[in-house]
Design a protein around this ligand. Structure first.
Ligand code: C2E
Ligand code: MG
Ligand code: MG
Ligand code: MG
Length: 278
């Protein structure tokens, strides 16, 4: 009895702390958006199987350092931003940062994450297309990633916006595949180009033959639908070898590189840029 009561108290306490954190993050986000500082995009290489030395794509991943709270993980602040509606202004700030970086990163092909709420606002595809063209970037250089959670919403505006983005020349990726509820019907209705297999799924190959067979059949299905397959969360050489043999087209994960600022990638590409920057 007593332990039950204590559990309830502990649970309430945790909820309270989470609630307070949430409110603090929201307040800090509002302030950061008002002066537009503290946000930065990092880029993680996505390497083609067979020529792992030359990454051809990068995924843009948001980073935020709050003067009050320090570094806050994107999983957390994106969630708060979505719950508070701040994802709309924040989303545009982040997309603008990516466009500016792409201007300095000649020929870059970049994946960007867009949350369902951004796509639910009518006119997202048009506004984003204008933004990209204004920066002198071809829509074909950008792949828009949406998570499987989007399928749960099954919202008509989202479908329309995704179809419009594809018609405007962007490619589309279904992110975190294997964690949610994407049905084959949905995959066929939206013109996805790429399927990103979630790292929790990728982890399952370490468990043995069963996981490996699952991955192989997903890749077979994706291949039949003419989708490009990216495996996420590749942490070891063994993961990489297995996924390549299972038929993945691209690999992404700490084994090939962590997300890093644009300047770090530019220096790797052209070491002389470093000397001239100093
Ligand atoms: P995601 O789009 O699935 O991004 C992949 C996440 O996995 C990134 O976490 C990346 O750092 C991490 N990762 C990559 N390789 C490995 C690996 O080998 N091992 C492990 N353990 N992790 C790996 P990150 O940067 O913390 O981002 C988390 C999530 O936040 C993203 O998941 C995405 O859903 C969201 N997010 C990040 N940036 C943005 C953004 O600009 N806009 C929106 N709407 N969401 C974003
Ligand atoms: Mg992603
Ligand atoms: Mg993912
Ligand atoms: Mg994720």
């Amino acid at each position: 009895k007593l332990s039950e009561t204590l559990d309830v108290v502990r649970y309430d306490k945790r909820m309270e702390i989470e609630d307070l954190d949430h409110k603090r993050i929201e307040r800090e986000l509002r302030r950061a958006l008002a002066d537009g500082t503290g946000f930065e995009m990092y880029y993680q290489p996505i390497v083609p199987v067979g020529s792992v030395t030359q990454p051809v794509r990068y995924e843009a991943l948001a980073r935020w350092v709050s003067p009050e709270m320090g570094r806050i993980a994107p999983d957390r602040f994106i969630k708060v931003a979505e719950a508070s509606g701040l994802i709309m202004p924040l989303g545009w700030v982040l997309l603008d940062l990516v466009c500016k970086d792409m201007q300095r990163f000649e020929g870059a092909r970049i994946n960007i994450n867009v949350s369902p709420m951004q796509l639910m606002s009518n006119g997202f595809s048009q506004k984003f297309t204008e933004m990209v063209l204004t920066h002198g970037i071809e829509p074909g250089q950008i792949e828009v990633e949406v998570t499987e959670q989007i399928v749960l919403r099954d919202d008509a505006t989202i479908s329309q916006e995704l179809i419009a983005l594809s018609a405007n020349g962007f490619t589309l990726a279904l992110d975190d595949f294997g964690t949610g509820f994407a049905s084959i019907g949905y995959l066929m209705r939206i013109p996805f180009d790429t399927l990103k297999i979630d790292r929790s799924f990728v982890r399952s190959i370490e468990g043995g033959q069963h996981g490996l067979r699952m991955i192989r059949s997903i890749i077979g299905l994706a291949r039949a639908m003419e989708l490009t397959i990216v495996a996420e969360g590749v942490e070891t050489e063994l993961d990489a070898t297995r996924l390549a043999m299972a038929g993945a087209d691209f690999l992404q994960g700490y084994h090939f590189g962590r997300p890093e600022p644009l300047d770090t990638h530019l220096q790797k590409r052209d070491p002389s840029a470093r000397a001239s920057a100093i």
